[in-house]
Design a protein around this ligand. Structure first.
Ligand code: SF4
Length: 327
């Protein structure tokens, strides 16, 4: 099937009884509906319950599936929480897709966040540049609003979500240029997806083309074990090989990307694999005790998630500092 069709159109394997509705257990870090506080310095606001297209591999598809109050209902209360937590220096707007909000609503939200001195970075996670770039092109006010809420010491990062090189075309490049001209800094994150981008040639083309258009490749995520995702998931060790091979055809700028598992306990980067072990390190940790923790885990070619490794190494569950070897 065409890869772009595959990520947008429902298919039967989605009905397999597999995966969780909350694979990264975001509920553990939800302070109030629509506000998550997992990493000390980062608050996550789920500001929108809609997207420009529903990605079939979405790890947050629960917000579309169930009548649950997952998105923000009380902005004032959320802002009060962020104000009371000076350690929060950046706020990620996500959802759903924040660029599905009207420009005036987004303006209001950005103004309110800018009133909080310690919030220096605002991130907007969006697939709009890839799937509906006309949202940006046809609304010049959007770029103006973004520009108004940035200065030399307060940035807005747009975390784009280009998944396949064919999403980078004349129109999306125009949208990206408008965001860049407004002063936003652009980084890209994508999961590695079977039959979409999980081959070295496609992935290297994606990473290279992102670097050509001035979007920094930031994360390649292990596809999360969410309901309906089984047919997209590539085992960790295979993913690692694909990413490393893709990097061989990339410039240093294109290969800045990190391969991470966005696990309940933190963002765990897969660093290396040898004949016996997989080597990982906490890039972000929910619990300070795990910060920078290095993991040496016995190989498991079938593992698709960190838990598959941890199950085989029960002692790995006890967080400790430094280099640890689990056998
Ligand atoms: S844009 Fe993001 S939140 Fe929306 S469906 Fe796609 S992956 Fe899910």
């Amino acid at each position: 099937m065409d890869p772009l069709r595959f990520i947008a159109i429902p298919s039967n394997p989605e009905l397999d009884n597999w995966g969780s509705l909350d694979p990264s257990q975001e509920s553990d870090y939800t302070v109030m509906p629509g506000l998550e506080h997992k990493y000390e310095q980062t608050a996550v606001l789920l500001v929108s319950g809609t997207c420009a297209g529903i990605c079939r591999y979405c790890f947050r598809k629960r917000i579309f599936l169930e009548k649950r109050k997952e998105t923000l209902v009380d902005l004032d209360k959320a802002l009060e929480y962020i104000s009371e937590h000076p350690e929060i220096n950046n706020v990620l707007l996500t959802g759903g897709d924040p660029l599905m909000l009207s420009t005036s609503k987004l303006d209001h939200l950005l103004s309110k966040l800018r009133e909080i001195d310690h919030v220096q970075i605002i991130r907007i996670g969006s697939k709009v540049p890839a799937v509906n770039p006309y949202r940006i092109i046809d609304d010049p006010q959007l770029s103006e609003v973004l520009a108004e809420h940035m200065d030399d010491e307060s940035s807005i990062y747009v975390m784009t979500h280009f998944t396949h090189p064919r999403e980078i075309n004349e129109v999306s490049i125009e949208a990206v240029s408008l965001l860049k001209n407004a002063g936003a800094l652009l980084n890209n994150q994508t999961p590695l997806l079977r039959n979409v981008n999980a081959d070295p040639r496609t992935l290297s083309e994606l990473l290279n083309r992102l670097s050509y258009i001035g979007v920094a490749p930031y994360y390649v995520f292990q596809c999360r074990p969410a309901v309906g995702n089984r047919h997209f998931v590539v085992p960790v060790e295979e993913s690692y090989r694909i990413i490393e091979e893709a990097k061989n055809s990339c410039s240093g700028l294109a290969k800045r990307v990190r391969y991470v598992i966005s696990h309940r306990s933190g963002k765990v980067e897969v660093l290396a694999i040898d004949e016996e072990n997989v080597y990982m390190k906490y890039h972000q940790a929910a619990d300070r005790k795990d910060a920078g923790r290095f993991l040496v885990l016995p190989r498991n070619p079938r593992a698709t998630w960190l838990d598959d490794y941890l199950k085989a190494s029960p002692t790995a569950r006890q967080p400790r500092r430094g280099i640890e070897r689990y056998t």
